[in-house]
Design a protein around this ligand. Structure first.
Ligand code: F6P
Length: 739
């Protein structure tokens, strides 16, 4: 008897209460068998009692409750049992029964006569099933019955599909870290999986909102000077023909990682981070819950994605919540807002570092904005100021520069008063005088941490200077590259005369960190979980150019059936993609044997990686698909039909919606943080073979997409997204290997 085996056949459109027999039915009747699906639904939880079916031959062969067949849970409220009735036993009488999970004692048999199934007709069997409990309480279940006549051939095919679907993972024996040692001969994996020699053949346009920050000068992407542009309080504006959408504010404290240092210390890049943290807090469904603080201020404990509220608290649980409460409620008022004030000579990668940190903090859910003083200066005093403007002994120049710095800082403070959490203040701030001015402005309003970028590598400085002449609006109108270069070098020399390295207050010094080889981070007077997390991020980032390839697994059997989650193998098309992908990876990364292949622990990604040879493969649990909880294995249609409230809640807020006993997109982002840190830390190319929801979250980090867009990002099958990490930002290219 095949419980569950008839799902596809019975859901696939058989006639309900099959009384009107058609010609086809009659033809099939000769050798046909009856496929029966019984369902019971009760929206109220029934504790430990599991619905069962028992009855006459051939169902179980006796009316003995200990031989009753247990129904399988299809959703929170729906139970199902499918079975096949052989042609010579078409009369069946049965009853429903409730039994405790692991015991035959204390069963409750349904009230009323037994149910009859004769020749595929289920008569009046759709009546309610009523159970009288010991307490006298009556439990009511709705009953759904369906019978389809199927040919032995269809039955065999369906049984095969069932077996394939539920057979043990074909990827189980593959260790967490592996490498296919012997490259396959011939290079191509099967003729139909061959690829054009020229990979450009497969390039498809990336969406307009894609990860191409490397093409845009980073300072242009920063906050618009609201004090200089009338009516610029809005959320989107234009820069060089590119629409810049300021992400919505969102606040989530998600880690309890703390770094505390009261004296100068040195951090070196961490080799490994602790494994994923599972945070299972409230369901995250519906609108943010409001709680009253002890001081009777109203705080939003949910992620506030649409509005900015004063003193809002992030969504958090456990240790993370404890850290957030300590920092946000028990700490000083000014500690609730953090200003990261960049310090350093021009061409030391300040703006790049600021942009990267902004992207990371936003992705984690911290409301973060990047304020670039150069942008204010260009707006107030024009873009083409020559080197003299930047001399420390030029009083007008000094005053003008201090003025725009103060304006930008005031804008940042105003934004913080409206609820902003972290301001990244990007300017040279290279003298004590300037830093004192900022500290005075910040008094009682926000905590300042100076972030100094120091670079002693002349070749890197020279490269940065050249990039500056090519990209900065300061030199957009200078047709002569060499003249621009000369002017910028004089400007740099002017700054050097007045430069005073940071030695005061709380600070992080990044010394020669850009190359990813060596370097060090010094921290002083840094405490609290968010500053700690910032230090951790900075310790692990660098600018070595390398590609990161993101792809979903090849089409899975569940993809074909439209079922979510699960752990099925890949389909024939999926296998073809896995071979094409192997060819692609071999061609694209052939010169880089240090590259690695990361998969999830689900067999559809491991099988997709199987034909790739010669690169180490690593399985990450953190790369597993979003956990759909009780909906795992269902189709969206089934969820809509059987759990309409869940379906609607997810539709309303897909980012925060948490599947019952599963995850939300925010949970996925949280568990992906170690993956992002490791991707930042790697210097060789990485191929990530994962799943739709997970890749949306990873991609959003590189493309700097607002959190609320994450669940809706397009992530097609059989397509590779290449993220090129470079010295000016990230660039994206897409390859579609199959339709
Ligand atoms: O359908 C494929 C799949 O990877 C499911 O396993 C997963 O639940 C789903 O995509 C995630 O996408 P969405 O969040 O749009 O439902």
């Amino acid at each position: 008897m095949g419980t569950g085996s008839s799902k596809e056949a019975t859901d696939g459109g058989g006639s309900e209460g099959n009384k009107d027999r058609t010609e086809d039915d009659d033809q099939a009747a000769d050798g046909g068998q009856l496929y029966v699906s019984l369902k019971m639904e009760n929206r109220k939880l029934t504790g430990d009692l599991v619905p069962h079916v028992y009855g006459s031959l051939p169902l179980v062969g006796s009316w003995d409750p200990s031989k009753a067949l247990n129904m399988e849970r299809e959703s929170v409220s729906m139970w199902e049992l499918s079975f096949v009735v052989p042609p010579n036993h078409e009369t069946l009488d049965f009853k429903f029964l409730l039994k405790p999970k692991h015991s035959d004692a204390h069963c409750f048999v349904e009230e009323g006569p037994s149910r009859l199934l004769i020749g595929g007709a289920l008569g009046e069997d759709a009546r309610l099933a009523l159970f009288r409990l010991d307490s006298g309480e009556i439990l009511e279940y709705q009953v759904f019955a369906k019978a389809d006549r199927v040919s032995p051939f269809d039955l065999a095919a369906s049984w095969r599909a069932y077996q394939e679907n539920f057979r043990p993972s074909a990827a189980r024996w593959i260790p967490d870290v592996s490498i296919n040692p012997a490259p396959q001969t011939g290079g191509e994996n099967g003729s139909s999986a061959g690829l054009e020699l020229d990979l450009e053949h497969y390039v498809v346009p990336a969406p307009s909102t894609s990860a191409n920050s490397g093409l845009v000068y980073a300072a242009n992407m920063t906050e618009n000077p609201r004090s200089l542009i009338s009516g610029s309080g809005g959320t989107s504006y234009s820069n060089k023909g590119m629409e810049v959408v300021v992400p919505d504010s969102s606040k989530a404290f998600q880690s309890s990682r703390m770094v505390e240092s009261k004296s100068v210390g040195t951090f070196s890049p961490l080799q490994k981070q602790d494994s994923q943290r599972g945070l299972f807090v409230d369901r995250g469904v519906g609108s943010p819950r409001l709680v009253k603080s002890s001081s009777s201020n109203i705080f939003s404990t949910g992620l506030n994605l649409e509005t900015t509220t004063k003193n809002s608290m992030p969504a958090a649980a456990g240790a993370v919540a404890a850290a957030a409460v300590a920092d946000q409620m028990l700490g000083l008022k000014e500690d609730r807002h953090l200003a990261i004030v960049l310090v350093g000579l021009p061409a030391r990668g300040k703006t790049f570092t600021a942009a990267k940190l902004t992207r990371y903090l936003r992705w984690l859910g911290h409301d973060t904005k990047h304020f670039n003083v150069g942008k204010y200066r260009r707006l107030k005093h024009g873009a083409n100021q020559c080197a003299d403007f930047f001399r420390a002994d030029n009083p007008e120049g000094m005053e003008a520069r201090n003025e725009v710095a103060a304006l930008a800082f005031e804008d940042m403070l105003s934004w913080m008063q409206e609820g902003g959490q972290v301001g990244i203040f990007d300017a040279t701030n290279s003298s004590k005088r300037r830093r004192n001015m900022l500290m005075k402005l910040a008094e009682g309003k926000c905590k300042i941490i100076f972030l100094e970028t120091i670079c002693n590598d002349v070749s890197i400085i020279e490269r940065n200077i050249r990039l500056k002449i090519q990209q900065s609006p300061d030199y957009a109108e200078e047709p002569d590259f060499e003249a621009g270069l000369q002017d910028f070098k004089t400007r740099l020399a002017n700054y050097e005369k007045d430069y005073e390295p940071v030695g005061e207050g709380s600070y992080i010094k990044m010394i020669d960190m850009v190359s990813g080889h060596g370097g060090q981070i010094q921290v002083n007077n840094i405490s609290g979980y968010l500053p700690g997390r910032i230090v951790f991020f900075l310790v692990n980032t660098h600018l070595t150019p390398r590609p990161i390839l993101l792809t979903r697994h090849g089409e899975s059997q569940d993809n074909v059936r439209g079922r979510i989650g699960g752990d099925t193998a890949i389909s024939e098309r999926g296998e073809l993609y896995s071979k094409k992908l192997a060819n692609f990876v071999g061609k694209r990364l052939k010169s880089d044997r240090a590259a690695s292949i990361w998969t999830s622990t689900l067999q559809r990604t491991i099988l997709t990686a199987t034909p790739i040879v010669g690169f180490p493969k690593i399985q990450w649990r953190a790369l597993d698909e979003i956990n759909a909880g009780v909906c795992d294995g269902m189709t969206y249609e089934e969820i809509k039909k059987n759990m309409p409230e869940e379906y609607e809640s997810r539709k309303k807020d897909k980012l925060r919606y948490r599947y019952p006993r599963g995850e939300s997109y925010l949970d996925v982002i949280q568990r992906l943080e170690p993956v992002i840190i490791e991707l930042e830390r790697q210097r060789a190319p990485v191929v990530v073979i994962s799943h739709q929801a997970v890749l949306r979250a990873l991609y959003a980090y590189f493309a700097d997409r607002p959190l609320k867009e994450v669940p809706h990002i397009e992530m097609p099958l059989h397509t590779i997204i290449e993220i090129q990490m470079g010295v000016t930002g990230v660039q994206e290219k897409r390859y579609k290997l199959m339709d």
